[in-house]
Design a protein around this ligand. Structure first.
Ligand code: ATP
Length: 465
């Protein structure tokens, strides 16, 4: 299958999810009003709730509930020397190649892989160009055999500080949140009561000027990372690596991803990033193929040493037993917010055939993550049903994100909430006016039970966690 056909079928495999995400206000294409802006997306009212729930739960799990972790919110624009020290200036590149006939641009390693079945990841530029020419690789878009030489394209977005407008005033939007943590390692060490081993966690935006094959929000140019830099003694790295890998699997469980769809992928030694001595990715079976969800890297003492060299300030800890100074080593568990969200959408999505032959689309989000926890309906848009339903909504709204909906047939209102993944629907009917009970409908089983309205908080508290 050609690269273009592969990309098209990958997009087809995501079609129902992309359509639901748009239809139900999870994710809209970026700048749609102006015909779109490649690889950017807006998160609609339910998407933003989902994202917030992911980030809040991550923060609670990895920062709030651990005694060895603290948080940070560093700037997106860091001193430009940061990127020289980190190696991004020199090495954070994709090899790109252009078709001279139709001007289409490709990742050269992807082009070679698709056309020749060879793994070209990390191959030298000259070798790639030679291969494309010798083997007469065709442009997947127009069929021409006329490519430019392969050349490196730095993935960092640059911008200018307004002082003089000179070239030398270029600043870069961070391509990873990690470096902001390294820059403040010493500040945290000096101002907090932390002792090695400890970690600093951060959630924030990162930017990468990537050519993407269009797998929806899998690879975007602006995304959020939830990253941890965990500072350790060198001798402890193997044991702590195992522990972090286990914690990352626990996280996948906590957010409700199916265990059977998550696998570990060890990076080959020759292909490790310049800073890493070991990297294991957690990969997920997306509809378009198994691809990286999260990563765990042992970054050694590379970053802290480089920043010490480039800044001229030592970045060291004191060993209280030996009284010797040393540079801590670092483990980095990293989690992309958009990829988490995409995995959750794929994992939760089901088109279910009901006993009566009808189909329903349902999102089986874990209640911890679901954007709306409960929807409250009056059976009909009629007083005093509406007044009672509104009063129930008011009693729940400060505890959970709930919805009140009074319009349309009750069946349609249930279906809408199924597509949003709302775990519970509460309906006020004429019996409620007699005995103060309501129906509580479970999204997955669609079973309804009658429960006292004044016990809803207690009941939901048990069911939602
Ligand atoms: P890939 O190999 O897919 O390009 P990477 O190995 O470069 O990813 P890292 O640099 O390890 O990714 O980034 C950490 C995490 O950030 C990834 O595991 C992923 O969840 C997320 N991420 C990276 N690049 C993107 C992107 N362009 N769009 C969305 N999320 C991303």
């Amino acid at each position: 299958m050609s690269l273009i056909m592969k990309q098209a079928s990958a997009q087809d495999s995501l079609k129902p999810i992309v359509a639901l995400a748009k239809r139900r206000g999870f994710i809209y294409p970026g700048s749609e009003l102006y015909g779109g802006f490649a690889n950017t997306y807006s998160f609609g009212p339910y998407g933003v709730e989902l994202k917030k729930n992911i980030k809040d739960l991550w923060w609670k799990t990895f920062i709030q509930e651990r005694r060895d972790m603290v948080g940070l919110d560093g700037p997106i624009l860091l001193h430009p020397k940061t990127w020289q020290a980190s190696g991004h200036m020199e090495g954070f590149n994709d090899a790109l190649i252009d078709c001279k006939a139709c001007k289409a641009r490709f990742r050269c390693d992807h082009l070679i892989e698709e056309a020749l079945g060879l793994d070209a990841d990390g191959m030298a530029l000259e070798k790639m160009t030679a291969l494309v020419n010798e083997k007469k690789v065709k442009c997947p878009k127009c069929g021409a055999e006329d490519f430019t030489d392969a050349r490196n394209f730095n993935l960092m977005f640059s911008t200018h500080m307004s002082k003089t407008g000179h070239e030398g005033d270029a600043a870069y939007l961070r391509p990873e949140t990690a470096q902001a943590i390294f820059l403040d390692f010493k500040n945290v060490l000096d101002t907090m009561r932390v002792k090695i081993p400890f970690g600093i966690g951060q959630i924030g935006k990162a930017f990468r000027n990537e050519i993407t094959p269009g797998n929806f929000i899998f690879r975007v140019i602006e995304f959020e990372q939830m990253e941890i830099e965990y500072f350790i003694r060198e001798k402890d790295w193997e044991e702590l690596f195992k522990q972090w890998l286990a914690s990352m699997h626990d996280w996948c469980d906590l957010i409700g991803l199916k265990k059977s769809r998550i696998h570990e992928k060890e990076h080959e030694k020759e292909k490790l990033s310049h800073y890493s001595k070991r990297t294991v990715d957690l990969v997920y079976d997306f509809p378009f193929g198994t691809s990286e969800l999260y990563g765990l890297a042992y970054r050694t003492d590379f970053d802290l040493k480089r920043h010490a060299e480039h800044s001229g300030y030592p970045i060291e800890c004191l060993d209280l037993d030996t009284k010797e100074k040393y540079t801590p080593h670092v483990l980095e568990p990293t989690f992309g917010v958009e990829r988490t969200l995409l995995a959750l959408l794929c994992d939760a999505y089901e088109e279910e055939q009901l006993e009566n032959g009808e189909m329903r689309t349902v999102m089986h989000f874990s209640p911890r993550i679901a954007p709306v926890k409960a929807a409250i309906f009056p059976l009909m848009k009629k007083e005093p049903l509406t007044e009672k339903a509104k009063s129930i909504f008011d009693s729940l709204k400060n505890l959970w994100n709930c919805e009140y909906d009074e319009s349309g047939a009750i069946g349609k209102r249930y279906r809408r909430q199924d597509e949003l993944g709302t775990p519970f629907c509460i309906t006020v009917d004429f019996d409620t006016l007699e005995d103060d009970t309501v129906t509580l409908r479970d999204r997955d089983s669609m079973q309804q039970e009658r429960v006292p309205a004044n016990q809803l908080i207690e009941i939901l508290n048990k069911k939602l966690y």
